[in-house]
Each structure stands twice: as structure tokens, then as C-alpha cells.
Design a protein. Structure first.
Length: 101
């Protein structure tokens, strides 16, 4: 499993592009998400051509700390994991920053 390391400030958006193969039916899923980190699929590139593409996720840390996310590539109807990526996100607070609710 490969590891990607990211650093950001609280509330800052980081983007992760993971390779996908739209014609295969496999999709990236986040395994073991943390409540202090929001992960959202922004777009899937290359799906219209049914060739190699990518899925782009936005990741936002809501609180300072170190977080680990695991992305798995699989078909929804199968248990077999085709690929996985580990993302270590270090979220820092900015001096004087207050969190808006």
C-alpha cells in the first residue's frame, strides 16, 4: 500500500487524485474516516471516454492533529480490494484562528 503525506491548516482544502478505470466498475471508497476530517468526491475524470481516469477527492481537517485515511479501490458488489492508498494528513492550527460553527 502506498502512502501519501499531506499537510494543511484547519479548514484548508487539500485535493487528492487517485487513478481509476471507469470501465472496470471499481470505485475508490474511504475506509475508516474520522469525524475531524471531511472527505468528499469532487469529480471523476475520464469516465465519459471509458478509459483511464481519476477520482478527485477534497479533504478538509476540522481540528488540528494527525489523521490517517485509507482509500480502497473496489467494486461495490465484491469484497476484493483492487488497490489501496494510505493518506496521512497533518492538520495545523493557525495562531489566533477561531473555529466558525
Amino acid at each position: 500500500m502506498s502512502t501519501q503525506r499531506l499537510a494543511s491548516n484547519v479548514g484548508q482544502i487539500c485535493r487528492i487524485a487517485l487513478p481509476s478505470y471507469p470501465g472496470s466498475g471499481a470505485t475508490w471508497y474511504v475506509d475508516g474516516g474520522n469525524g475531524a476530517v471531511r472527505v468528499r468526491l469532487e469529480e471523476t475524470r475520464g469516465a465519459e471516454a471509458r478509459r483511464d481516469g481519476s477520482q478527485v477527492f477534497s479533504v478538509i481537517g476540522e481540528a488540528a492533529g494527525d489523521y490517517e485515511l485509507r482509500f480502497v479501490l473496489k467494486r461495490a458488489w465484491e469484497r476484493e480490494v483492487r488497490n489501496s492508498r494510505r493518506v496521512v494528513l497533518q492538520v495545523r492550527s493557525i495562531a489566533g484562528q477561531t473555529r466558525a460553527n
